[in-house]
Design a protein around this ligand. Structure first.
Ligand SMILES: Nc1ncnc2c1ncn2[C@@H]1O[C@H](COP(=O)(O)OP(=O)(O)O)[C@@H](O)[C@H]1O
Ligand SMILES: [Mg+2]
Length: 246
C-alpha cells in the first residue's frame, strides 16, 4: 500500500521584507493527520510563515520540507504552483475570493490542480453537502455574501484542490463570535472527512484550541512557546496574559 503520510517541517527559517526582519530561526512541525495551531497577535509573523511554506516569500535561511504521500520535497526549490500541485492548499487571510464570480465559479476555479480535476464533481457535491448555504447560493456573486459565508466559500475552494495539507490563515478575522465558532467547527469536520494535515494561524486562542492537537506561540517572529497539547496551552497563564492579552 502507498504510504499516506503527509507532514510539514519548517526548519530554522529566517525571513525578511527588505531590511525588515520578520521571522527568526522558526522551526515547527505538523505531523501527519495533526491539527496544529500557530498562535500570535497581529504583526508577529504568522502570515509570513504561511507565505514561506507556499513559496511566496523565500526564507533567507533554513528550509521547509513537506512530506506528501510519504515522499519528501524541499519546498524552497519549488514554485508556488508546484507546491499547490503537490497538494498543499492555503486559505489566505482575508479569503481572497473572486467577488464578481458566483459561488460555483469560485469553487470551480479552485480545482485548478491537475490531480483535483477528476474529482471536481464529488468535491463540489461534498462542499455543497457540508455547507448547504453554498448550495443555496451557488449562483450568487461571492462578493455579495456575508463574511461567514465568504469564509466557508474560501475553505470550500481550497478543498476543491483535493489537498493533503491545508493551511488556514486566520479564519476568524472579521467574523462574529458565533460564526468564528462555526468556521472552526467546519475546519475540524473537513479535517476528519479528508484526513487532512492542518496548520492554522489564529489570534483567537480559545476557539483555535477547540480543534487543535497542539500548538506554537509566535512573538516578534520567534517561536516563544510550544505546547504539546491544547491543555498545555490553555493552562499557561503567562501565555494568556502576556502574549495573547487575555
Ligand atoms: N509585504 C510586506 N512588506 C513589508 N513588511 C511586511 C510585509 N508583510 C508583512 N510585513 C511586516 O511583517 C511583520 C509580520 O507580518 P505578518 O506576517 O503579516 O504577521 P501576522 O500575520 O502575524 O499579523 C509585520 O511587522 C508586518 O508589518
Ligand atoms: Mg496575518
Amino acid at each position: 500500500m502507498a504510504n499516506s503520510s503527509n507532514s510539514i517541517s519548517v526548519e530554522g527559517i529566517d525571513a525578511a521584507y527588505g531590511a525588515v526582519r520578520v521571522l527568526e530561526n522558526v522551526s515547527l512541525r505538523v505531523g501527519s493527520g495533526e491539527t496544529v495551531v500557530l498562535l500570535g497577535t497581529n504583526g508577529n509573523g504568522k502570515s509570513t510563515l504561511m507565505k514561506c511554506i507556499m513559496g511566496w516569500v523565500r526564507p533567507n535561511k533554513g528550509k521547509v520540507i513537506a512530506e506528501i504521500d510519504g515522499e519528501k520535497h524541499d519546498l524552497s526549490t519549488l514554485t508556488t504552483e508546484q507546491i499547490v500541485d503537490l497538494g498543499i492548499a492555503l486559505v489566505p487571510e482575508g479569503r481572497r475570493l473572486f467577488p464578481r464570480q458566483t459561488v460555483e465559479e469560485n469553487l470551480l476555479l479552485g480545482a485548478s490542480r491537475p490531480k483535483a480535476r477528476p474529482h471536481i464533481k464529488t468535491n463540489l457535491a461534498f462542499c455543497f453537502e457540508i455547507f448547504p448555504r453554498l448550495a443555496e447560493r451557488r449562483g450568487q456573486l461571492a462578493g455579495s455574501m456575508s463574511g461567514g459565508e465568504q469564509q466557508m466559500l474560501a475553505l470550500a475552494r481550497a478543498l476543491m484542490l483535493n489537498p493533503r495539507i491545508l493551511l488556514v490563515d486566520e479564519p476568524s478575522v472579521g467574523l462574529s463570535p458565533l460564526l468564528v465558532a462555526r468556521t472552526i467547527d467546519a475546519i475540524g469536520q473537513l479535517k476528519e472527512h479528508y484526513k487532512l494535515t492542518v496548520l492554522m494561524a489564529e489570534q483567537n486562542f480559545t476557539q483555535a484550541l477547540r480543534i487543535a492537537d497542539r500548538g506554537y506561540v509566535i512573538v516578534h517572529g520567534r517561536i516563544e512557546f510550544e505546547g504539546n497539547s491544547a491543555d498545555e496551552l490553555n493552562n499557561n497563564d503567562l501565555i494568556r496574559q502576556f502574549y495573547l492579552g487575555m
